[in-house]
Design a protein around this ligand. Structure first.
Ligand code: AHR
Length: 480
């Protein structure tokens, strides 16, 4: 049943955010090929990637990590590229980081694809001064040495960066800190991070892995007088097999994790709300997605954590995006890991030298959910006789009701009948991504094998009827 008259909350477009890290071939050879590259590019960015990300719309892009963020020194990445230092990326395989992609390149990418930048600052191996200076470099209009340096490096206007992560996974790769110690650091850092040049900062503290309540409580006990604007949590759905070798049982196990993700969001929200003004701290799932087993040979050729995105991955994306809609009152931002060539990516190239790129099944799952952005999420209820494998969410404007349905069964087709209350629908249309093969994917030889196609849902006496084949992600749009 869909109760279009029972509103949950507005769906922040930021729930469809992305993440790009200096890891494998996400940045170098992926998004960034350099201006001299034989690969078609726009100001050094892979032209296909720019076009496709712009078409999809990326509400917010997080950078430079991940683990990399806590070993990143922003000054290394500004100024003439040739004179930038060369360092080691110790977080991801000791590869040489030539810093040719830095703050200005990232801002240019955000400008090209229309994304709001989200910078993750270094708490693990830097100082409050370093992060405070980065804020000044980015946001002060002019007149200080740092802002004048930005201008002389080619950016007359300030970057006006609002979202700042204060460290990443501080319980792990960000410094292996105990929660209370990180809490003290958070207080110290945030004291020196100020609104500058009229840009109001939105500081995001490094929150729990999964539903680690102990971390959240110990951190917030220390921060109660300095509650962060956002608390970041990370939740991956691990995979026991390589992306293209899943059995139906393994897929089922991976899909089941999304129920735990949803429970973790509900639970963490409850915990944070228990603090004074806690309800003003936004919950941010800034790393999520399926993390499958990787093939070391593939990784060597294509980059660390390079993973194919299959029909199963699209179903997983649909399960995630559906639950974000349902929990729209508890979540402010989510960033899938990662936008290109790493983990559950939206775009893939055949390694850093690969000329061709493809839009993955995950890209198309995001496309199918695009119509929800900014809408009011409304209540849905899987009726008692609905098959367990169907996941559902809905959102509305005055003129339309958007319904997303995911059938995660690898074998069973289902007919979903959904009574709609509170929205007088007259017409309905639909788009669906589907393959009977859970390991099917868009290859470089067949880049458009899987893409959404139109299908015909029905509307009969206020009941929405959708035939869902096994492994399908569908969106039905009901118009008033
Ligand atoms: O997304 C890959 C890694 O996963 C990130 O660098 C880290 O934050 C997390 O453990």
């Amino acid at each position: 049943m869909i109760r279009a008259d029972v509103e949950i909350a507005r769906i922040h477009p930021e729930l469809h955010g992305q993440f790009a890290e200096h890891l494998g071939s996400c940045i170098y050879g992926g998004l960034w090929v350099g201006r001299e590259s034989p690969i078609p590019n726009t100001n050094g960015f892979r032209a296909d990637a720019v076009r496709w990300l712009k078409e999809l719309g990326v509400p917010v892009l997080r950078w430079p990590g991940g683990c990399f963020a806590d070993d990143y020194h922003w000054r290394d990445g500004v100024g003439p590229p040739k004179s930038r230092p060369r360092s080691l990326n110790v977080s991801w395989g000791n590869v040489i980081e030539d810093n040719s992609f830095g703050t200005h390149e990232f801002m240019e990418l955000c400008r090209l694809i229309g994304a709001e930048p989200y910078l993750a600052g270094n708490v693990g191996s830097a100082t409050p001064r370093e992060m405070r200076d980065w804020v000044e470099y980015c946001n002060q209009p002019s007149g200080t040495t740092l802002s004048d340096l930005r201008i002389s490096n080619g950016a007359k206007e300030p970057f006006r960066v609002k979202y700042w992560g204060v460290g990443n996974e501080s319980w792990g790769c960000g410094g292996n800190m105990p929660a209370h110690y990180y809490g003290e650091l958070y207080r110290r850092y945030s004291t020196f991070l100020h609104d500058i040049g009229g840009t109001e900062l939105f500081l995001i503290a490094s929150g729990p892995s999964g539903d680690d309540v102990r971390w959240t409580r110990e951190l917030l006990d220390v921060c109660q007088t300095h509650m962060p604007a956002g608390l970041s949590m990370h939740y991956y759905s691990g995979g026991p097999a390589e992306a293209t070798h899943f059995s139906a049982k393994q897929a089922e196990e991976q899909f089941a994790i999304f129920q735990s993700v949803e429970q973790a969001i509900i639970h963490q929200r409850e915990v944070v709300n228990g603090y004074y003004h806690g309800d003003e701290t936004a919950l941010i799932l800034d790393e999520w997605g399926v993390w499958d087993a990787t093939d070391p040979i593939d990784e060597q050729k294509r980059g660390k954590l390079w993973q194919q995105s299959t029909m199963r991955s699209a179903v997983a994306a649909g399960l995630g995006l559906n639950l974000f809609n349902r929990q729209a009152d508890k979540l402010y931002m989510c960033n899938i890991a990662q936008v290109m060539n790493v983990l559950q990516s939206l775009l893939l190239t055949d390694g850093p030298e690969g000329k061709n790129s493809v839009r993955t099944t995950t890209y198309f799952a995001f496309m199918l959910f695009k119509a929800h952005r900014g809408n009011m999420s409304v209540m849905t209820r899987a009726d008692s006789d609905s098959p367990h494998s169907v996941s559902l969410s809905a959102s509305r404007t005055d003129r339309s009701l958007v319904v997303s349905l995911v059938n995660s069964s690898a074998t069973k087709a289902v007919t979903v009948r959904c009574k709609i209350l509170g929205f007088p629908g007259t017409r309905v249309s639909g788009q669906m991504l589907h393959s009977n093969d859970l390991n099917a994917y868009n290859s470089f030889e067949q880049p458009d094998l899987l893409h959404p196609t139109t299908f015909s849902p029905r509307l009969e006496d206020g009941v929405l009827i959708v035939e869902l084949p096994p492994l399908s992600v569908a969106t039905a749009t009901v118009e008033a």
